[in-house]
Design a protein around this ligand. Structure first.
Ligand SMILES: Cc1cc2nc3c(=O)[nH]c(=O)nc-3n(C[C@H](O)[C@H](O)[C@H](O)COP(=O)(O)OP(=O)(O)OC[C@H]3O[C@@H](n4cnc5c(N)ncnc54)[C@H](O)[C@@H]3O)c2cc1C
Length: 383
């Protein structure tokens, strides 16, 4: 497999990493104010159509193929030091924009995609519930047929962008007997619909600028036109969006690991202890070499997974392999970089402690590492 970027892909990477570096960071690179959602930067990202990278231009997107989408997100992860903003963009794009683009009606696409792609609207994906995380399809949220539409009741949790979102992609059970196969339906719901509100808002470890909370649906009535795809097709729609999320979100991690590597090398070559640069200590150089090896292996797995998104046969396994390896690699590489920096690694000015905090969530969201192993085991015929 040839992983050489085309001239267009190289240009795309350079353009987005420069934009992210210049426009999406605090001038001093500090973590100050990191708890607030950066609305102005979200809108700037929208002007670059980062929220609509793979969406056809007729719906306001950038019309990129899946691999180029991953390369653009890698550049974003390299340039933008606000992991919360990168995650907010990815959650919106991969778990909300993608299912609407792929499965929405023409009317839904025309109505919501342009605003979702240009940064004027923020979306949330509601799948997880207080009692069902890894076992997502055991959900209690139910949509009951009523007149020409559905009445939906339930509570979703850990919904990224939930507290600030304008619209939601919500999964609900429409036939409890059918369960996963035909019993789950995806709905597109405007946040200002009667009975739909934000519940508890959580303060979490890392990714601070991406707010997260509950979505409460209390007798929310939607017409049939709110169904995304077919009634009962929700599980397949969710699974496909998770393939996109797993393959492309970790592309942003690859960009972050590249940033960590560059900073670890630079620091090790200048910091002196015992009369020599710390790069001469094998304990330090080998630690940095391990970051490089993870970066190269992770990039290969990510590009392979992203290239395969249009080939559904093995897309899920490749996406899970990439997600498992890269999310774990980001945690290890962030902590390894912190070790290279010694005490300075813990100081906010260096930006590394923030990446350590931001990285941990990656081994939980989009399915924990245990769940990725389960998916891969299933593909191997072990379960
Ligand atoms: C930062 C962040 C953002 C998120 N954003 C969203 C979002 O936008 N929308 C949304 O719907 N959800 C979101 N989530 C929820 C996320 O998908 C769930 O947290 C995740 O799937 C795990 O579910 P849980 O937290 O209920 O843990 P549990 O499922 O209760 O798991 C607890 C532990 O048991 C293990 N475990 C559970 N089942 C199995 C099994 N079958 N085999 C092996 N081990 C198992 C898990 O690996 C874990 O170690 C987000 C979570 C985080 C942390």
């Amino acid at each position: 497999m040839d992983l050489t970027l085309t001239d267009e892909q190289r240009l795309l990477y350079d353009q987005i990493s420069r934009f992210a570096t210049d426009e999406l960071n605090d001038p001093d690179g500090s973590a100050a104010g990191e708890r607030a959602f950066p609305s102005a930067r979200w809108q700037k990202a929208g002007e670059m159509r980062l929220q609509g990278l793979p969406v056809p231009e007729e719906y306001g997107g950038a019309g990129l193929d899946p691999l180029s989408t991953a390369i653009a997100l890698e550049a974003l992860g390299y340039g933008c030091r606000d992991g919360g903003l990168v995650f907010a963009i990815c959650a919106h794009l991969l778990a909300c924009v993608v299912p609407i683009w792929k499965h929405g009606t023409d009317e839904q696409r025309e109505k919501v995609l342009p605003g979702m792609c240009n940064g004027s609207r923020i979306a949330v994906n509601g799948m997880t519930e207080p009692g069902t995380g890894s076992d997502a399809f055991g959900m209690k949220t139910h949509a009951t047929k009523h007149g020409g539409g559905y009445v939906i009741n339930g509570t979703k949790t850990f919904s990224s962008n939930g507290p600030i979102a304008d619209l939601a992609v919500v999964y609900a059970s429409t036939d409890r007997d059918k369960g996963y196969h035909g019993g789950i339906t995806a709905f597109l719901i405007e946040k200002n619909t009667d009975g739909f509100r934000t519940g508890q808002v959580f303060q979490k470890m890392g990714l601070h600028s991406c707010p997260i909370g509950e979505l409460v649906l209390d007798n929310v009535y939607v017409s049939e036109s709110a169904v995304i795809g077919k009634v009962g097709a929700g599980a397949a729609i969710f699974a496909e969006s998770m393939d996109w999320e797993r393959a492309c979100l970790v592309a942003s991690h690859i960009g972050t690991i590249e940033w960590l590597l560059q900073h670890a090398v630079e620091y090790a070559r200048t910091r002196k202890q015992s009369g020599q640069t710390i790069s001469k200590f094998q304990a330090v150089s080998h630690r940095i070499v391990d970051i490089k090896v993870r970066l190269e292996a992770g990039r290969f797995l990510t590009y392979k997974a992203a290239s395969g998104l249009n080939r559904p046969r093995t897309a899920s396994m490749d996406a899970s392999i990439a997600k498992l390896f890269v999310s774990e690699s980001l945690v290890t590489s962030a902590i390894d970089t912190l070790r290279v920096f010694g005490g300075y690694g813990l100081m906010e000015d260096y930006g590394i402690e923030r990446i350590v905090r931001d990285s941990i969530a990656g081994i939980i969201y989009s399915g924990t590492s245990d769940i990725q192993r389960n998916i891969i085991a299933r593909w191997l015929g072990l379960l």
